[in-house]
Design a protein around this ligand. Structure first.
Ligand SMILES: [Zn+2]
Length: 67
C-alpha cells in the first residue's frame, strides 16, 4: 500500500478512572469496565478526511512529481 487508510486510527491508553488499558479511535476512549469516556475534543483529529490531511497531500504531490 502506498499510503495509509484515511480512516480512524486505533489508539490505546489507560483509563483515567480505573487504569484499565483500553482501545479507542484517534485518541477517543470509552472504558468498558467503569464507563469512563474522554471528551471527543481530546481526539487527535476532528475529522479524518484525506483532503484535510497535510501529510497525505504532501505525499500525493511527491508521487505525482517523480522526475
Ligand atoms: Zn475505567
Amino acid at each position: 500500500m502506498s499510503h495509509p487508510s484515511p480512516g480512524p486510527e486505533i489508539t490505546y491508553a489507560e483509563c483515567r478512572q480505573c487504569g484499565t488499558l483500553i482501545a479507542g479511535l484517534d485518541g477517543r476512549y470509552s472504558c468498558g469496565v467503569c464507563g469512563w469516556v474522554n471528551h471527543h475534543s481530546e481526539g487527535h483529529r476532528a475529522l479524518p478526511r484525506a483532503e484535510d490531511d497535510i501529510d497525505h497531500a504532501a505525499a500525493r504531490t511527491d508521487d505525482n512529481r517523480l522526475s
